[in-house]
Design a protein around this ligand. Structure first.
Ligand code: PLP
Length: 441
């Protein structure tokens, strides 16, 4: 079974897609892996550094980098040693030890709000358990959140984030998938990001039932919207005054511009946060981090359940330790900044020259592309001008030219580079983007 043959002919490639669709819904293990821009999933054969190769043998320069998870590049060399250690120590699973403690200690030094850490596998799991903790501590069931932000796919919070325009001002929060109970939508209060008045109003109206204020501090999931000056500070102040837990979902924003995440970048410390994506250097790893008095409410020190067979397997801990080793080095951030300056200056120039109205917004190693405007996108409502068809054409044209931008259903989502990208790679990306826009526009 391990000796699966990779195809050498176009017929064999087509056959894998056919078999994939018969065995797996849509042939993909994550619904968003069906790339509408190129009319199907990319079945990959291998990856290294800033590139991956599909099963037809075509190489792509990767501008998704596993949605941000492979910030160090695909297959950073240290992982080889980590796999070896994992093997030698018996592929430890469902057992904690010194590696876990060391990684937790390191993260407590790096992330401003972190006094305790609990590891999970995915970001979705992390926000699920963190929200339960917040509700348990405050005794208040409602959650104030922001439109445009994304906090994972579970039923507690896949509500009111990215509604269709017709539902944006509806009285009840929009459920983002069939199957999510109405009763859970009644507990979600969506508010416009960067809108001080709307936030103040929502807090005043719901302070007795809402105990959690959850924020994706940089809204990478919608055109990369940064918090405007004073907005996170306002959220901090309102949460403190009204007995709410301020929860930064930094699954994506952790270690994108600095080792401490957006809370370090913007100087506002939440009570609790979730971090993930790049944390495991490509191995599944996320975490909940927060003040000791809150985190110690998890069993066995407190009453709140959080367990899982696959929490913190050894391989993930070693991936995390290797990642932390990298982000502690000033040279890491020098390179991330240097590549960003080159990329974003180039993209801004292309956007100005392009006939198509397009806006690029960035924070650290990731950025958003919004087609349909040249103006700043400050909130989800602003992003509704985005044209999904243009985005899909962009994904197709760039992929045809060997540069991979992931399709998020045509949405104005996030893209990014890694430590493994070079200045020459960024030049390639810029040329391909400019050529592609000329063809589309
Ligand atoms: C801010 C944020 N929270 C949560 C998640 C969910 O993480 P995962 O895909 O690991 O479940 C994501 C993933 O994109 C995210 O960007």
């Amino acid at each position: 079974m391990l000796d699966v043959q990779f195809p050498t002919t176009p017929e064999a490639v087509a056959d894998w897609y056919r078999r994939g669709r018969e065995a797996i819904p849509g042939g993909v293990c994550s619904s968003t892996r069906f790339n509408q821009g190129i009319g199907g999933p990319v079945y990959a054969a291998s990856a290294k550094g800033a590139r991956f190769t599909d099963i037809a043998g075509k190489e792509y320069l990767d501008m998704s980098m596993s949605h941000g998870a492979t910030l160090l590049g695909h297959a950073p060399d240290f992982l080889k040693e980590a796999f070896q250690i994992t093997w030698e120590r018996g592929v430890l699973c469902s057992l904690d030890g010194p590696y876990h403690v060391t990684l937790a200690e390191e993260l407590c030094k790096l992330v401003p709000c972190a006094e305790r850490i609990r590891f999970t596998n995915s970001g979705t799991e992390a926000t699920l358990h963190a929200l339960r903790l917040c509700r348990a501590i405050t005794g208040k069931e409602k959650i104030i959140r922001f439109t445009g932000h994304f906090h994972g796919y579970h039923d507690l919070i896949f509500i009111g984030g990215q509604p269709p325009a017709s539902e944006l001002d509806a009285a009840v929060a929009y459920r983002e998938s069939p199957g999510i109970p109405q009763a859970l939508a009644d507990l979600i209060i969506p508010v416009e990001y960067n809108n001080r008045e709307a936030l103040e109003k929502a807090v005043a109206a719901h302070k007795d039932e809402a105990g959690t204020l959850i924020i994706e501090p940089v809204d990478y999931n919608c055109a990369c919207i940064k918090p405007e000056a004073g907005f996170l500070e306002l959220a901090r102040e309102l949460a403190t005054k009204n007995g709410m837990i301020l929860f930064f979902d930094e699954i994506q924003s952790f270690a994108k511009k600095s080792a401490g995440g957006a809370q370090q970048d913007f100087g506002v410390t939440p009570d609790i946060c979730t971090i993930g994506k790049s944390l495991g250097a490509g191995i599944p790893l996320s975490a909940i981090a927060g003040k000791a008095e809150l985190m110690d409410q998890f069993k066995p020190t407190g009453p709140v359940a959080h367990s899982g067979t696959f929490n913190a397997p050894l391989m993930a801990m070693l991936g995390g330790l290797g990642f932390v080793d990298h982000i502690k080095q000033p040279a890491f951030w020098t390179k991330i900044q240097m590549l960003g300056e080159q990329l974003y200056a180039g993209l801004d120039g292309i956007a100005k020259r392009s006939k198509l109205p397009v806006r690029i917004q960035s924070h650290g190693s990731r950025f958003g592309i919004c087609f349909g405007t040249r103006e700043p996108v400050r909130c989800y409502r602003d992003s509704l001008v985005h044209n999904p068809k243009t985005m899909l054409a962009f994904c197709r044209e760039t992929a045809n030219r060997g540069v991979y931008f992931h399709d998020y259903g045509g949405g104005p989502c996030h893209h990014g580079y890694s430590l493994a990208h070079t200045s020459a790679d960024i030049d390639i990306v810029l040329n391909v983007v400019e050529d592609s826009l000329k063809v589309i526009g």
